[in-house]
Write a protein that binds this ligand. Structure first.
Ligand code: TRP
Length: 473
């Protein structure tokens, strides 16, 4: 940390949960989970996703929080401590020469990936803003709203997407510039109750539709023949994305935790609430989607079908507005978490003020956002195997970079933190259960998680080879 700066802590214990859940719960649950589930055939994928969330996601989440709490630094500086040792929580230098044990690059890679994800996220959040406004003004002006036209306007108009993404980034900047307690913690504690009430109302409405039984079957009946060689990587990537792990967000959040917090309990609460909310989001969206025949499954799925369907319900205007407000609150909460973790790294590395660091990071995210924002207009001809630039970016970021970063962080934490410090975070009052849990956690961090991630990459690699062989290229 730059000299003399005092690190903010969460104002209340509740503050951490609000921010971690606010950051975990986002477009990943409402926008991405439905289309990835459709792409991978439904129930069996959902099962895989829940399994990975508990067995791989949760231990990694605890590991990231631990790295943050023990180092009191964000991911870049924390991974430097992994190299240098601090004599307390970090094992001192391994016998290998330092150049061969450099973990620092993992921190830098994570922080950079975080910036890229923020940029991509801002573009999709801009879409949500667009639909929110179209829905509202459409109804206000003419009593209805033309879903197809809204999507077309958005697709053809790259500059509109850039404008929307920058408005979204600006809103996130305003919150983050205020600091941890005054900004993120306060914002999330105000937005969360609104969000929860809206979600409950919407799920109740969705489950009362005639299509609900079909949707439930699709979501919960596992048909393993529908899985593809990519499903394992898709499930893992999505777990990392939705729990906000792999790129240091939780390292930052852990660094603001106070001493007494029991990390496994904190991790467990965040994972279970986020997974439940994803399933809830499935219950909300699939009954609505069940009657529709989407033109293509992908990032546009939600926007193609849902606005029109919502408006056709009784009181459609109210439900439509409730849905888009919910979606936008989720998008903003997660973007604030993403921005906060990049800003925290900049603060740790430089002597800049929080305001300056926030604007600098926001500016960089804006520049990176230009590419995805133009993906459906200027870059619409960029295609690989029929997939557009947005699909490609989504895959590279979430199914490629995120699992790789998570793999690096898991190995770094497991091999460089001092066992005694790790154990102290885990074991509660000498209870045998927590001691056992600690052993399991070590095994997952060192062996199970890395092996599963590698296996998922191998399977996906085989899937790519098979696709190219069969399509004769
Ligand atoms: N978890 C958020 C979602 O589901 C997105 C997000 C926020 C995120 N912070 C992150 C993803 C950090 C990866 C890493 O929408």
């Amino acid at each position: 940390m730059s000299a003399g700066r005092k690190r903010g802590l969460w104002g209340t214990r509740f503050g951490f949960y609000l921010a971690a859940i606010g950051s975990a719960f986002g477009l990943g649950n409402l926008w991405r989970f439905p289309y990835v589930t459709v792409e991978n055939g439904g129930g069996a994928f959902v099962l895989l996703y829940v399994l990975f969330a508990i067995c791989i996601g949760l231990p990694l989440l605890i590991g990231e929080l631990m790295l943050g709490k023990l180092s009191r630094k964000s991911v870049v500086q924390a991974s430097l401590s992994l190299d240098e040792g601090d004599g307390k929580s970090f094992a001192s230098l391994a016998p290998l020469p330092r150049s061969k044990t450099s973990w620092a690059w993992i921190g830098r890679f994570s922080a950079f990936a975080c910036l890229l994800i923020l940029a991509y996220y801002a573009v999709i959040s801009g879409w949500v803003l667009h639909f929110l406004m179209q829905f509202f003004f459409g109804h206000l002006m003419s009593g209805s709203y033309d879903a197809e036209n809204s999507l077309r306007v958005l697709r053809e108009n790259g500059w509109l997407q850039i404008l929307l993404a920058s408005v979204h980034l600006l809103l996130s900047l305003i919150v983050v510039a205020k600091g941890v307690q005054e900004g993120m913690e306060k914002w999330v504690s105000n937005a969360m109750p609104v969000f929860v009430v809206l979600l409950i109302v919407l799920v109740t409405k969705s489950l009362s539709l005639q299509t609900a039984p079909d949707a439930l079957r699709f979501l919960f009946y596992p048909d393993f023949t529908k899985l593809t060689p990519f499903s394992m990587l898709h499930a893992l990537g999505h777990v990392f994305f939705t729990l906000s792990i792999g790129i240091g967000t939780m390292v930052t959040f852990g660094s603001y935790l106070n001493e007494q917090t029991h990390l496994p309990s904190a991790g467990f609460r965040v994972t279970s609430i986020d997974t439940l909310i994803s399933l809830f989001a499935g219950l909300l969206i699939f009954p609505l989607l069940a009657g529709a025949t989407p033109k293509n499954v992908g990032p546009e799925l939600l926007f193609q079908t849902l606005p029109g369907l919502l408006q056709s319900l009784d009181n459609g205007f109210l439900f439509g507005m409730a849905f888009f407000i919910c979606l936008y609150l989720a998008a903003l909460g997660a973007s604030i978490g993403l921005l906060e973790s990049v800003v925290a790294n900049v603060l740790d590395m430089t002597g800049l003020s929080r305001a300056k660091a926030t604007w600098l990071t926001g500016g960089a995210a804006f520049l990176f956002a230009i590419i995805p924002a133009l993906s459906t207009s200027s870059f619409r001809r960029v295609k690989i195997h029929g997939y557009g630039l947005l699909d490609i970016l989504d895959t590279v970021l979430i199914n490629g970079i995120l699992p790789l970063a998570a793999l690096g962080l898991a190995l770094a934490v497991a091999s460089k933190l001092k066992p005694a410090s790790m154990e102290a975070e885990f074991v509660n009052d000498d209870s045998i259960a927590t001691r056992k849990m600690y052993k399991h956690w070590c095994f997952v961090m060192r062996w199970a998680a890395p092996t599963t991630i590698m296996l998922a990459f191998l399977l996906a690699g085989w899937g790519i080879v098979r696709t190219f062989l069969f399509s004769g290229i």
